[in-house]
Write a protein that binds this ligand. Structure first.
Ligand code: CA
Length: 437
């Protein structure tokens, strides 16, 4: 172990140097070329950022990115950084939304480009907003419309955005502290977005620590939306309660991507004290998360939310917790069984991106998955990227290996670039480029 951490230090130092030199300084040739195992290298392409969360790339290599408490920026293909749209009190942005704010896990999260961006210059951004609170949000136990999806036009030289239209206004938000020891205001907002193969926008949301959320199909929380660019539901979405919903019963969807071979949608989700999951989505399906109190043999829970029961603060066998409030409760006939769960543990599975490009060799088509956990309560630390080989039927995995990235970080957002490299935001404030050759 000592040897490993020593290497970690050396690699960190080298990676810091890469901030200035932009040269790949870590490379792993951990197999024979004959087996088509790629050499993987990583380098820092941006550093000193504040909670960078998500990225979106144009075909010619400009990178839009969000910072959770600051706003939306772009690093153009020529290397120039333009601060485009800030949050309340942010400085130095071309324009700002005075309704946008951050709190806890909430803030400016997902960013995605319209598939037709080259022609329409349209971009979508997920953020926390106070604009639609109205008469709600007075307590933690009522409807609180506090997360939104905005649509903008970006000008040709990528120096400003305009024409903000809020296409989703009612994603739920937790407004206040409570006697729940984990997750204060702004807990569990989901926030990842992706355009699917048919050109519809998929939006992951979280349960915002409200017990009724995941299994109630009248509130936008603990669900995945499949909507058009105006926020209207896909006509074939099967859930009756709200026509925008594709699936429900989720905890906190921070990873969504589509398998290149068949367009199948997969989500990655962070478990509570147990069972991070990757799930193949089924139209109308139920993720099986139900933290509602007084159900499935449970009694009352703090904040009417059984998400961390039965013992809030003490480390305890994950299997005991999993039995009490399962991530995928087999009570539900419409349950979507996960393809993968994290060997019983929760280590903070967040984002996910399918590896595309021949340069990834035997890993092409596998799912890169960011694991953010720092390790506590008897759980081993995460802080890695896994490469998950999902079975064709989406109900099991063939293998999971750790990607030899060379650094251990809280990998928050993963996105494939137009250069077939994998890009990763970290909570530590960097954006990494991870290439395979
Ligand atoms: Ca589940």
């Amino acid at each position: 172990m000592k040897l490993l951490s020593k290497f970690g230090l050396v690699f960190s130092a080298l990676i810091s140097a890469a901030t200035f030199t932009s040269t790949a300084v870590y490379a792993d040739d951990h197999g024979s070329k004959g087996m088509n195992v790629p050499k993987i290298g990583s380098m820092v392409v941006m550093s000193g950022l504040e909670n960078p969360w998500d990225m979106a790339f144009t075909a010619d290599g400009s990178m839009f990115y969000t910072e959770k408490c600051k706003g939306l920026s772009v690093k153009t293909a020529s290397g120039k950084v333009n601060a485009l749209y800030g949050m309340k009190d942010s400085k130095g942005y071309a324009s700002a939304g005075n309704d946008l704010f951050c709190s806890g896990q909430a803030g400016m999260l997902g960013v995605v480009l319209d598939p037709n961006f080259k022609k329409n210059n349209t971009i979508f951004v997920y953020s926390t907003s106070s604009k639609y609170h109205g008469s709600g949000c007075k307590t933690n136990f009522e409807k609180c419309d506090g997360n939104i999806v905005m649509k903008f036009k970006v000008n040709k030289d990528l120096t400003k955005v305009s024409g903000r239209t809020d296409i989703v206004k009612d994603i739920q938000y937790k407004p206040f502290e409570s006697n729940q020891p984990f997750g204060g205001p702004g807990a569990h907002n989901g926030g990842r977005m992706a355009f699917g193969p048919e050109g519809y926008l998929w939006v992951g949301t979280g349960d915002r620590h409200r017990g009724v959320c995941p299994q109630d199909n009248s509130l936008v929380c603990g669900v995945v939306l499949r909507i058009d660019a105006d926020g209207k539901g896909h006509p074939k979405n099967k859930i009756k309660g709200d026509k925008r919903f594709y699936t429900y019963g989720h905890r906190n969807v921070q990873g969504i991507d589509f398998r290149p071979s068949d367009g199948q949608a997969f989500t990655a989700e962070h478990g509570p004290w147990h069972n991070d999951e990757i799930t193949a989505l089924v139209n109308g399906g139920n993720g099986g998360w139900d933290p509602h109190e007084k159900r499935a043999g449970r009694g009352a829970c703090p904040d009417q939310y059984c998400g961390y029961e039965p013992n809030q603060m003490e480390g305890m066998t994950p299997a005991v917790r999993a039995a009490y409030t399962p991530m995928s409760d087999t009570r539900f006939d419409d349950l979507m069984f996960p393809a993968w769960q994290n060997n019983g543990y929760s280590q903070g599975t967040g984002s996910a991106a399918f590896l595309t490009g021949k340069n990834w060799g035997i890993y092409e088509g596998r799912l890169a998955t960011g694991i953010m956990g720092i390790g506590f309560g008897g759980t081993p630390g995460g802080m890695r990227i896994d490469i998950v080989d999902i079975a064709p039927d989406g109900l099991s995995v063939k293998s999971v290996i750790h990607m030899p990235v060379g650094v251990s970080k809280r990998f928050r957002g993963l996105e494939m670039g137009p250069d077939s490299a994998l890009y990763a935001t970290t909570d530590e404030g960097e954006i990494y480029k991870i290439s395979a050759m």
